[in-house]
Unconditional design. Structure first.
Length: 717
């Protein structure tokens, strides 16, 4: 069943493997990122006809370009727009409630849409926007060149290395070769390329062209994995080289030295150093290509004695030295919430994961103590825990078929130490509780993701008639967005052969509802074991069935990228609740890890679920550019509103955001903790009316499209 069909494609122009321009009807131009599964469309007036154009005409790199003649373009969303003159100087920057008029000249207009777009035009330019849409007009029909760039990143090469820590030092010293600049702009995610991948072998083989940038920064540490792994993101971000020494420290070619400590203090120092350097780069970069009004700069200028204008033009080593003259406690309140902390076992088996974690700028910790869990809870313990919060309704049941009561999970459990990052991950033999479980196969599968045309494909399978309630709910959720086309396939009561066919067929996402046992998925004619598949076409999945972890891991081994599975038996009503919440969050563009974290707020069964594979994957582009949740706290005099945003693979650490509040002129770093306002009811209602957005009102989860006014929630108190 197809939903939100955009109509017949009248014209297709392929200028690259990743990005394509289509015309739909007479006025709509659609741009598609065929690897990241992103689409964006806008209307152009008058009728459009596209021809291929030279991609070198743009000031910034693009993957594909087309030419047309139009009077204006109309965007159904509000995005940040940067306008530059022919010298590259920014002459205007707009967002919500914009009104900007520029005289006739040659302009490069950058649209910060889900796929980066650039317009090249010689004409007067007028930009206007409301809280919901934007118009860019040129006065009369004018030749316009439109360019687009995919945000997909691939490593430049693969390095082979032994398990010798000295060889890994040489490998990590190449990570900085992926940086596209050593200026403060590398704090933008689009200017940090993917580090080269690692393959273990019998000798060290580093392909040519992976020399680190000449930053003059060296990190000295003992040749031990417990020192090597935590410094990997910092080595990458600083473009540093690594060499063995007895005392951990940073040295520069100017003679500057900075001690890194030892033991637990070493990891803490590395974490603080990365956060401080990154934050101050984000502030300093406002003197460069994007001189926006940044909240973090306004907040920090009065507490640090730094000349950001001068710093911008200095070398990376000189900036680092001046950054580190400021105690971390001074800048700590302004550091954005970090995307990910990964607890990584300091053994050779973990080294191939490093490039993927570094690409996320993850904080890496080597676990010194963990809380082991001997086994999963029994069925009776699950039901007892459930009953503490809610009486068991007549007919309530778990999603376990009853043929086996023993746990079939292959690994022991472990509970990692909690941190203040938005997301947690665990790399080791154990199965984590309260953290995701990345795998090397999943990361590699994402790199190998094929170019695909067409709508986002969602497959929903319900293999038990008692669970049709969830089937009906998620059917209504997936594909409900008017701005994004989905292709929805629905199946019920499949046989083993039928399920095999579904798992082999290409699909961006599988939502499975039913029973899973030790030996596989319960089908109408027996059990189907995913471990019998050599390959799967499923990119991602949610296996909402009892103890689905092992079958989910088998899907990753067969080619999937990410998924959500269960660690225990789950109560059916709890599974329905968390299933519907997960569906809404994924449909709105949240990555798997934060989607599960938010769903846990709304479900007593949340701790029974785990994200496996590449938890940063999204199945749909975010509604507002980046995934965002409103946090509203009712006080005696007003409503305190804050915005918690989440980074994605394409909108990583360093992305800018600007809430659609009238008269707000500030930008914020994504995942900032400082974006707080006191707003009245009409203003909040205006914000919530633009999109389907999750809301935490007095710590309870709601959805904006389910309420007429925020006043409805205040009445319910």
């Amino acid at each position: 069943m197809s939903q939100n069909d955009p109509g017949v494609v009248a014209e297709q122009l392929d200028g690259s493997d990743s990005v394509r321009f289509d015309t739909i009807g007479n006025e709509t131009i659609q741009v598609s990122d065929r690897i990241e599964r992103r689409q964006y469309h806008f209307t152009a007036v008058p009728t459009v006809s596209l021809t291929t154009a030279d991609i070198t005409r743009f000031q910034f790199p693009v993957d594909n370009a087309v030419a047309t003649q139009i009077r204006s373009i109309n965007l159904s969303t509000v995005v940040s727009i940067c306008v530059r003159d022919d010298t590259g100087q920014m002459v205007a920057q707009t967002g919500h409630f914009a009104s900007e008029e520029l005289p006739a000249d040659t302009y490069s207009i950058e649209l910060c849409t889900p796929i980066k777009l650039y317009l090249r035009v010689t004409a007067p330019v007028t930009i206007s926007s409301t809280c919901a849409e934007t118009t860019v007009s040129f006065g009369s029909a004018t030749p316009v060149v439109i360019g687009a760039r995919s945000k997909h990143e691939r490593p430049a090469a693969t390095i082979t290395t032994t398990s010798d820590p000295h060889d890994l030092m040489a490998v990590m010293s190449t990570f900085g070769s992926a940086l596209k600049t050593t200026s403060p702009e590398r704090s933008y995610p689009t200017l940090r390329g993917h580090p080269p991948t690692i393959k273990r072998g019998d000798e060290l083989l580093i392909p040519s062209g992976l020399q680190p940038p000449n930053t003059g920064i060296t990190i000295e540490i003992p040749p031990d994995f417990k020192y090597l792994y935590p410094i990997a993101p910092l080595v990458y971000y600083l473009g540093a080289t690594v060499r063995p020494a007895d005392t951990p420290r940073i040295v520069t070619e100017t003679g500057f030295e900075y001690e890194l400590g030892d033991g637990l203090a070493f990891e803490q120092t590395i974490e603080e150093l990365l956060k401080q350097t990154f934050l101050l780069d984000c502030v300093t970069r406002t003197e460069g290509l994007y001189p926006v009004t940044l909240h973090e700069r306004s907040a920090i200028e009065s507490v640090v004695n730094l000349d950001f204008q001068t710093l911008y033009d200095e070398s990376i080593a000189s900036r680092l030295e001046q950054y580190l003259s400021i105690p971390y406690t001074v800048v700590e309140p302004y550091v954005p919430a970090w995307k990910l902390t990964t607890h990584i076992d300091p053994v050779p088996d973990s080294m191939e994961m490093l490039p993927f974690l570094v690409n996320d700028l993850a904080i890496l910790r080597t676990p010194t103590t963990t809380t082991p869990v001997s086994s999963k809870p029994t069925d009776s313990e699950i039901v007892a825990d459930f009953l503490r919060d809610k009486p068991l309704d007549a007919g309530e049941f778990t999603r376990h078929s009853g043929s086996s009561s023993a746990s079939h999970l292959s690994n022991s459990f472990v509970q990692p130490e909690t941190t203040d990052s938005l997301e947690q991950a665990w790399i080791g033999e154990e199965t984590p509780i309260g953290a995701s479980k990345p795998t090397l196969a999943a990361y590699q599968n994402r790199l190998d993701r094929a170019v695909m045309d067409g709508d986002i494909s969602i497959t929903v399978v319900c293999n038990d008639p008692q669970m049709v309630q969830e089937h009906a709910i998620v059917d209504a959720v997936y594909g409900s967005r008017a701005d994004l086309p989905f292709e929805i396939s629905l199946y019920q009561n499949l046989t083993c052969d039928g399920l095999r066919d579904v798992l082999v067929e290409d699909s961006d996402f599988l939502h499975y509802i039913g029973h899973i046992e030790t030996d596989g998925f319960r089908c109408t004619d027996g059990l189907f074991d995913v471990r019998s598949l050599s390959t799967t076409g499923i990119d991602s999945f949610f296996l909402n069935a009892c103890q689905s972890y092992d079958q989910g891991m088998a899907l990753l081994d067969a080619g999937a990228i990410a998924g959500i599975a269960t660690l225990t038996d789950v109560i059916n009503s709890g599974a329905v609740q968390i299933g519907s919440t997960i569906a809404k969050l994924l449909n709105s563009g949240f990555p798997f890890r934060p989607a599960l974290d938010i769903a846990r707020i709304d479900s007593v069964s949340g701790t029974d679920y785990i994200v496996i594979g590449d938890g940063g994957l999204t199945i749909a582009q975010p509604v507002s550019g980046i995934p965002i949740i409103f946090n509203i706290i009712e006080t005696e005099s007003c409503l305190d509103v804050s915005f918690e945003s989440y980074t994605t693979h394409t909108e990583g650490m360093g992305t800018l955001m600007s809430p659609g509040i009238k008269n707000n002129k500030k930008h914020y770093l994504s995942s900032t903790t400082g974006c707080k306002y006191q707003l009245d009811t009409p203003t909040i209602d205006s914000l919530l009316s633009t999109n389907e957005i999750p809301i935490l009102f007095n710590h309870q989860l709601y959805w904006s499209n389910d309420i007429n006014s925020i006043q409805d929630l205040t009445v319910q108190k």
